[in-house]
Write a protein that binds this ligand. Structure first.
Ligand code: FAD
Ligand code: NAD
Length: 466
């Protein structure tokens, strides 16, 4: 290995993990480059994930509020007319501005963008875009892509069987949409097209939606989505797909086996999960093996088994979330610079940006009970003055605390602004708060966040407004 390198740090992948790691490394005085094979920076999140999906969710939420009578309840009577092209244009504009923003931040922080697909030659040498680059440290931040479903071939160009990227770009509202997989992507993008007029059927293999979330939340979410008009086929598997022209016939049957039935659809969204991106990286050249789930394993500092090679984000174990990748990027760069970078993986909030939003942090009730005795406080949004006034009656907040110490172990919310509310819970847990700490913290009135305070008071059996 050479004594001198072109860079102190080379990051492979410019998603939220990689671009944040690169910027932090440069801020810490390390000479840094970032390889990215896409035309724009920002990875899945900015180009085809978090940002464009939220642009469509936000816009379709307004359309739905006008169409479903929520606005009329407040004295605003409108008959919405959909201009889908403008809706798409504002989505694309958000993506262009934000990805351009990362390019600006790279220039500002003197991070060199190496355009192309990076492949290892050895642990300190990578080829990218016809160039050979050496670095003392290489961070793998290659992210993830859609998990394919055997027998249901995605062709985003045809717009009949699509993945999340295709579902963001539909040129017209499908009459009948079948979503395969009742997870985060299926429910978010299924919500977008339902709000805009599609009849949406969600086919989920398990007996509930949203695996990984608290069971109360999963059951309540199913009730809410059904009430909104989504058809849910739980414990059901897709066994075949036949595309003819502009439509598809799906064969489905009970997950445990049984009588098959056919579903006709104008659009099928395959959203059964994502898998780590490692193809073409040349990991065999550096002797780095993957675990059984195709992920790269690291230690607590984000070091892989190969000296000088680090990994972060969707390509390593843990929830596939942008903010988890970002925090790991910061911690990894700090560790490379000799500082102590830590991510508390026990406190990573997760949010589903449907209406209402669904959010959680820490342990589910089921997980907490496996560890010992717990106390639970629940408060319905119907009893929260702000939610009630805003015609947002659905949902609840649930605080799970250790029965002996009162330390908060988990918080779960379904509320219009649950994604914003959960930040308070994450911060409280990061500081080791008890439910009493939250209950005795003054919360502004009238806010949805008061429901968190009330749920914390309910842990001691003393909520005020119920
Ligand atoms: P990525 O963002 O996947 O970036 C990796 C980058 O590496 C890619 O740009 C890829 O082109 C590049 N790359 C890969 N291999 C190479 C190579 N060999 N050489 C050069 N470049 C390479 N998360 C949230 O937290 N909130 C959300 O609201 C949310 N919404 C989502 C909506 C959708 C539709 C999808 C698909 C995902 C969403 N996610 C969301 C998940 C989020 O996008 C990911 O968790 C996040 O992008 C992971 O960041 P990353 O940096 O690990 O990888
Ligand atoms: P997911 O893991 O959230 O959900 C996939 C769903 O598909 C699960 O419910 C699973 O049981 C089901 N499933 C799997 N195989 C199936 C089959 N053959 N037939 C029917 N159902 C099947 O995955 P996703 O929704 O594709 O999202 C991928 C990742 O992207 C997630 O890990 C998520 O964290 C991330 N993401 C996050 C957000 C957010 O934070 N708001 C938004 C979108 C995506």
């Amino acid at each position: 290995m050479p004594d001198t390198y072109d860079y102190d740090v080379l990051v492979i992948g410019a998603g939220p993990g990689g671009y944040v790691a690169a910027i932090r490394a440069a801020q810490l005085g390390l000479k840094t480059a970032c390889a990215e094979s896409r035309e724009t920076l920002g990875g899945t999140c900015l180009n085809v994930g978090c940002i464009p999906s939220k642009a469509m969710l936000h816009a379709s939420e307004y359309f739905d509020a006008a169409a479903n009578g929520t606005m009329a309840k407040m004295g605003i009577v409108v008959e919405p007319k959909l201009d889908l092209e403008t809706m798409h244009a504002q989505r694309r504009e958000a993506v262009t501005q934000l990805t351009g923003g990362i390019e600006f931040l790279f220039k500002k922080n003197k991070v060199d963008w190496k355009k192309g697909l990076a492949t290892f030659v050895n642990p300190h040498t990578v080829t990218v875009g016809g160039e050979t680059v050496t670095a003392k440290n290489v961070i793998i931040a290659t992210g993830s892509s859609v998990t394919p479903l055997k027998g249901v071939e995605v062709d985003n160009a045809k717009q009949v069987v699509v993945d999340s990227t295709g579902a963001l770009e539909l040129a017209s509202v499908p009459k009948r949409m079948v979503v395969i997989g009742g997870g985060v992507i299926g429910l978010e993008l299924g919500s977008v097209w339902r709000r805009l007029g599609a009849e949406v059927t969600v086919v989920e293999f398990l007996d509930q939606l949203l695996p990984g979330m608290d069971m109360d939340v999963r059951k309540e979410a199913a009730k809410i989505f059904k009430k909104q008009g989504m058809k849910l086929m739980l414990s059901t598997k897709v066994t075949g797909c036949n595309v003819k022209g502009k439509s598809a016939s799906l064969t489905v049957e009970p997950a445990a086996g049984g009588e098959a039935q056919t579903l006709e659809a104008d659009c099928v969204l395959v959203s059964i999960g994502r898998r780590p991106n490692t193809d073409g990286l040349g990991l065999d050249k550096i002797g780095l093996e993957l675990n059984q789930r195709g992920q790269i394993e690291t230690d607590h500092d984000f070091r892989t088994k190969v000296d000088g090679v680090w990994a972060i984000g969707d390509v390593i174990p843990g929830p596939m979330l942008a903010h988890k990748a970002e925090d790991e990027g910061i911690a990894c760069a700090e560790n490379i610079a000799g500082q102590t970078g830590i991510v508390n993986h026990a406190v990573i909030p997760g949010v589903v940006y449907t209406w209402p939003e669904i959010a959680g942090v820490g342990l589910t009730e089921e997980q907490a009970k496996e560890q010992g005795e717990v106390k639970i406080g629940k408060f319905p949004m119907l009893a929260n003055s702000r939610a009630k006034t805003n015609h947002e009656p659905d949902g609840f907040v649930k605080v799970i605390a250790d029965a002996a110490t009162d330390r908060v172990l988990g918080v779960w919310c379904i509320a219009s602004v649950a994604g914003t509310m959960i930040a308070e819970a994450a911060q409280a847990m990061e500081f080791g708060a008890t439910s009493e700490d939250i209950a005795y913290t003054c919360h502004a009135h009238p806010t949805h966040s008061e429901a968190i305070k009330e749920a914390a008071m309910a842990v001691q059996g003393k909520p005020i407004h119920i």
